[in-house]
Design a protein around this ligand. Structure first.
Ligand SMILES: [Zn+2]
Length: 281
C-alpha cells in the first residue's frame, strides 16, 4: 500500500506534470468508486487541474474550487498515461481525460474494489470526515507535545502508528522502519514510553523524509506502479540487521507481518507469533 512517502512523490510528480492541463471528460468505470454524487463529475469538464497534493495517504486533485479526494486503499494507484485506457481495462476506477490526450487514471489491482473518490468543494476537503478525523501528519514530524498526545495510549505501537486517526501517513512498511530506527519493540505500548523513548520515536520519523528524498533522486518523471522502496527491515526476515548484524525476525500482529531486530528492539527476545490462524495455513 502506498504510504506517506510514496503518495508524496506521486503527487509531486503528478502536480509537475499536470498542472494547467484541461479536462475533456471524466469517467468512473469503477462500481461504487464515487462516494459523492453532487456535484457530478460532469462539473469538471473544461476545468484546469490547479494542484495535486496529499493529505495523510490520500491524494487530492484540485480543479479550482472543486477537488477530487482519493483513497487508494491497499491496491489503488494514481498515474498519468499518454493515451486513453482500453475500455477492457478492468483496473480502471476513475479516468480524467485531458484535452492534450493524456489521462489521469485511478486504477486498482486485484479483485476487490475498495479504492474510492469524493468530488468536493476544495474548501470543504478539510472538513470531510476522512480528512477531519486524521491525526497529525507524520511528516514533517509533529511538535513534541502534539506527538506525545497522539502516542500516549495503552495500545501497542505497531497498530497505533498505523492508525490514521492517531497519526497520519504510516502503514505496514514504514511502521517497521520507524520502530527499528527508534529501537522500540512493536509490542511496546504507547503509554509505556519514557520521555526519552517518546522523543526517539518522534525523531525516527525522519525515515519518512529520507524516503521522500530517496524517491526525489531515483524516480523520474514517469512513476512506476510499484516504487522500489528503500526498506531496511520490513520483509527482510533472515537478513542481518544493518545496524548490529543480528538476524531480523518476523512476527505476525493480527493479519500483518512485522519485522524487527531482536538485539536493537526487544532486548534480545524473539517474539512469539500472536496470530493463531497462521498455524492453520
Ligand atoms: Zn540490530
Amino acid at each position: 500500500m502506498p504510504e506517506l512517502p510514496e503518495v508524496e512523490i506521486t503527487v509531486r510528480r503528478l502536480d509537475a506534470a499536470l498542472k494547467g492541463a484541461r479536462v475533456e471528460s471524466v469517467l468512473a468505470p469503477g462500481m461504487n468508486v464515487m462516494k459523492t454524487f453532487e456535484p457530478s463529475l460532469e462539473e469538471l469538464v473544461g476545468r484546469e487541474i490547479t494542484a495535486i497534493r496529499r493529505v495523510g495517504k490520500m491524494p487530492v486533485v484540485e480543479f479550482g474550487d472543486l477537488a477530487l479526494l482519493i483513497h487508494l486503499m491497499s491496491a489503488g494507484r494514481l498515474r498519468v498515461f499518454g493515451k486513453r485506457a482500453s475500455p477492457k481495462d478492468r483496473a480502471s476506477r476513475v479516468l480524467v481525460r485531458l484535452e492534450d490526450g493524456r489521462e489521469l487514471r485511478l486504477r486498482e489491482f486485484g479483485t476487490r474494489q475498495r479504492a474510492w473518490a469524493k468530488l468536493l468543494a476544495t474548501d470543504a476537503v478539510d472538513a470531510d470526515e476522512a480528512v477531519a478525523t486524521l491525526g497529525p501528519e507524520a511528516w514533517p514530524p509533529p511538535p513534541p507535545e502534539a506527538f506525545a498526545a497522539a502516542i500516549d495510549q495503552s495500545r501497542h505501537l505497531h497498530p497505533l502508528l498505523r492508525h490514521q486517526r492517531d497519526i497520519a501517513g504510516i502503514g505496514r512498511s514504514w511502521v517497521d522502519e520507524i520502530l527499528w530506527e527508534a529501537r522500540l519493540s512493536p509490542f511496546k505500548q504507547g503509554s509505556e514510553l519514557s520521555e526519552e523513548e517518546m522523543e526517539r520515536l518522534r525523531a525516527a520519523l525522519h525515515v519518512l523524509g529520507d524516503a521522500i528524498d530517496h524517491y526525489e533522486e531515483t524516480v523520474g518523471e514517469e512513476l512506476p506502479d510499484k516504487l522500489p522502496m528503500p526498506l531496511k527491515v520490513h520483509k527482510r526476515e533472515g537478513e542481518p540487521c544493518p545496524r548490529c548484524g543480528t538476524t531480523i525476525e518476523a512476527v505476525y500482529f493480527a493479519e500483518h507481518q512485522t519485522n524487527y531486530c531482536p538485539h536493537c528492539q526487544t532486548g534480545g527476545r524473539v517474539l512469539k507469533d500472536r496470530r493463531l490462524s497462521r498455524l492453520l495455513k
